[in-house]
Design a protein. Structure first.
Length: 340
């Protein structure tokens, strides 16, 4: 994220005397020509500019996050509310900033807007209502399209001199820049530590390995075994090509279908613990189905009838049949299952 170095960071216990293998560095201004003043000095420059236009309203362009401290300092400096949008006001409250922001139009003469609103046409419209200057606090080069647009070198990113001071003090073994395409390691090579780096341990924990083995074992099972384990209250679907919300009425017709308990013939199954040895043909409730899903079930004798066909049938094919036709097919399938 954004990082602005100050010398006070050298007193942080978490950073003092630490061995740093890799330093992920905010290298936004990593160039010798990017000379930036401190944020305190940039704030004084903004205040001086505002005092030079005592009869003007002030519009400050900011991004979604950042520059909040500048807005607070200017509000306290000039004893005025900073007018923001309702959504930004809620954001300022979540950040627990001082109570200097309001969404009431006209309550203050300093206003914070999205930086994209600072354009030639908006300055013309604002000045038609009241003399207005716009301030863009940034350390980057920006093209100015109106004489009333002013750039203030206020940045939440470290200057080049600050980056050099920080790396020289921290002495990491290597630097990984977070801004791609801006290779700045060459500037810090002389400040890097020559101590050997400690490579991270990429060994997979045992619980994760077991989980991966269970997933690989499931890949060879039939889709009906997954359908059997799931609670029946969640309607099984095949390959979904459309949003489920578009087919709410059709999916409701499937919720009353009952799941047959017996998935294999007792005469053919010899595995202990299989549900077919219970000897009773009781219907399972939703909670019992969840429990039965964890019990050992003989996967070799799973039914491959209408239920499996439905699971593997795309939704657009099922839509060709009316809900009444589907109900008749389900009843016919269960009727065949009851016959000896």
């Amino acid at each position: 994220g954004d990082f602005r170095y100050t010398s006070a960071m050298q007193g942080e216990p978490a950073l003092r005397g630490r061995h740093i293998d890799r330093l992920y560095l905010d290298n936004t201004h990593c160039h010798p020509q990017r000379a930036l003043p401190s944020r305190a000095l940039a704030t004084r420059q903004a205040a001086h500019l505002i005092r030079a236009h005592p009869q003007h309203h002030v519009v400050i362009g900011v991004y979604t996050l950042g520059k909040e401290t500048l807005l607070v300092d200017l509000a306290l400096e000039f004893s005025t509310w900073v007018v923001v949008s309702p959504s930004r006001l809620e954001q300022m409250r979540l950040l627990e900033l001082p109570d200097v922001f309001t969404a009431e139009e006209g309550a203050g003469w300093i206003r914070a807007v999205d930086v994209a609103e600072i354009r030639w046409d908006t300055l013309v419209s604002w000045n038609a209502l009241h003399p207005t200057i716009a301030i863009i606090p940034t350390g980057r080069p920006v093209k100015v399209t109106h004489p009333n647009i002013h750039l203030i070198p206020y940045s939440d990113h470290s200057s080049f001199a600050e980056l050099c001071e920080f790396v020289k003090w921290l002495k990491p073994c290597s630097i990984i820049p977070i801004v791609k395409g801006n290779m700045c390691q060459v500037y810090f090579q002389e400040y890097l530590s020559s101590a050997p780096q400690v490579l991270p341990d990429f060994q997979v924990p045992k619980p994760v390995q077991k989980s991966g083995q269970r997933q690989s074992q499931r890949r060879g099972q039939k889709p009906t075994s997954l359908w059997k384990r799931a609670p029946w209250r969640s309607v099984p679907r095949g390959v979904v090509y459309e949003s489920p919300e578009k087919n709410t009425e059709k999916s409701e017709a499937f919720t009353d279908v009952k799941v047959p308990q017996h998935y294999c013939e007792p005469a053919l199954c010899s595995k202990e613990g299989c549900t077919c040895h219970r000897g009773e043909k009781e219907e399972l409730s939703g909670e019992q189905l969840e429990t039965a899903g964890a019990a050992p079930v003989c996967s070799e004798h799973l039914a491959t009838g209408f239920a499996e066909q439905y699971l593997l049938t795309p939704l657009n094919v099922l839509k060709q049949n009316s809900s009444r036709t589907f109900d008749e097919l389900v009843e016919d399938f269960f009727r065949k299952g009851d016959t000896p």
